[in-house]
Design a protein around this ligand. Structure first.
Ligand SMILES: Cc1ncc(COP(=O)(O)O)c(C=O)c1O
Length: 372
């Protein structure tokens, strides 16, 4: 998809916000806790390489991604820091992982056996660094029992192809008030780690929420995603221990402004009918940019005024009701501050009945990212 370099609709990425969020988290953690910046999904929509560069300047120890291509993108761009892939990679790429020194999570003994065969048959001379994934309550990926973990440890002691670098789990409810499941997961993880004859150097379990609200469970690495982008992982449920600065705002300009007559219809399906004399503005952003169709009814900001999106959001445009006439080219803030008011990603998430993660990740490549 082509990025719209010749358009007025942009996602502005505030570099200082990412830097400051990282620095504040690093200062908040124990001095020896490492921080890996999670830059999967194009840096949650903020731009993987650009975010990785800011994170490097802030002094992170490594990066996390979800798929092999995201790791290779970082390597090809010259990032030499440790990279851990959090998703399952097909064992047929074991030599590629080893060649590029990309750490990978391992979720089964069979994967290790397949990867070992692949490394031997491709005469790979590099060791593949692995982090054992432990499923303590996500029900997603990872080993689940002490027996499985011990079996893997025995296997690893017999083959030379792997460097057993880490073991980790992922919490399902680190971002809510009730800590029952969190504690049971932490307890299970501790027991599984203790069952190892020799623990690997990295034992980790923290995402942003754990890194913010569960001191003592942050262990050797915090895999920091959403907090780096300045968004509260819990939405509104939990108060942040320090302020986060939102890293993205979205802005556009009025490209059409007209005064309507009573009953004039707006957009597909004619779901909105104007009142006499009402001013309607058109914004060049639509669901093909990730500005979702169900944002109908959400408000955006024009010179501090809240203006409702009226009628259906189209693929490339949407319409807003203005309180008065504004000149063409007037700035419209879709997410961010305008005078005394602010539209937040959380506000959009609530309107869409989702989480802010989904909104930033869902912005498409057509919406240019501008770094300030
Ligand atoms: C295993 C794992 N660790 C860490 C993260 C980062 O989570 P957050 O963005 O909430 O910090 C994710 C995100 O999906 C993940 O899957």
């Amino acid at each position: 998809m082509i990025s719209g370099k010749h358009r007025d609709t942009v996602a502005i990425i505030h570099k200082d916000a990412i830097y400051n969020n990282l620095k504040n988290e690093m200062n908040y953690l124990e001095a020896d806790t490492e921080v890996y910046a999670v830059v999967k999904a194009n840096g949650y929509g903020h731009g993987a390489l650009e975010v990785a560069e800011i994170a490097r300047q802030a002094g992170v120890n490594g990066f996390c991604v979800a798929i092999l291509d995201e790791a290779l993108e970082l390597r090809h761009a010259g990032f030499t820091e440790p990279i851990l892939i959090l998703g399952i990679v097909d064992a047929e790429y074991a030599d590629l992982l080893a060649k590029y020194q990309i750490r990978v999570n391992v979720s089964s003994l069979n994967w290790l056996k397949d990867a070992n065969r692949q490394l031997v048959s491709s005469r790979c001379t590099e060791k593949l660094s692995i982090h054992l994934a432990i499923d303590t309550g996500m029900g997603r990926i990872g080993l689940r029992t002490i027996a499985e973990v011990q079996e893997v440890e025995v296997y690893l002691s017999k083959v030379k192809a792997f460097n057993f670098e880490g073991i980790f789990t992922h919490f399902a409810t680190a971002d809510i008030e009730n800590a029952d499941l969190f504690e049971s997961q932490a307890d299970k993880f501790e027991k599984l780690v203790k069952s190892l004859k020799k623990a690997p150097p990295y034992i980790h379990s923290a995402n942003s929420a754990t890194g913010l609200w569960h001191l003592g469970n942050q262990k050797s690495i915090v895999r920091l995603g959403i907090a780096m982008y300045g968004l509260n992982p819990s939405g509104q449920e939990l108060e942040l221990p320090f302020a986060l600065e939102p890293a993205m705002s979205i802005e556009t300009k009025l490209v059409a402004v007209k005064q309507m007559h009573q009953g004039d219809t707006i957009s597909y399906g004619a779901t909105y009918k104007s009142k006499e004399g009402e001013w309607i503005g058109t914004l060049p952003i639509g669901y093909a940019d990730g500005w979702r169709r169900s944002l109908q009814g959400q408000t955006v900001l024009v010179e501090g005024y809240r203006c409702e999106i009226v009628g259906r959001v189209c693929m490339d445009q949407c319409m807003i009701r203005l309180p008065k006439e504004f000149p063409l080219g007037t700035k419209v803030v879709l997410v961010g501050k305008s005078q005394q008011d602010e539209v937040t990603m959380q506000e959009l998430a609530e309107h869409l009945d989702t989480i802010h993660y989904e909104i930033t990740c869902g912005l498409t490549a057509r919406l240019p990212r501008v770094y300030q």
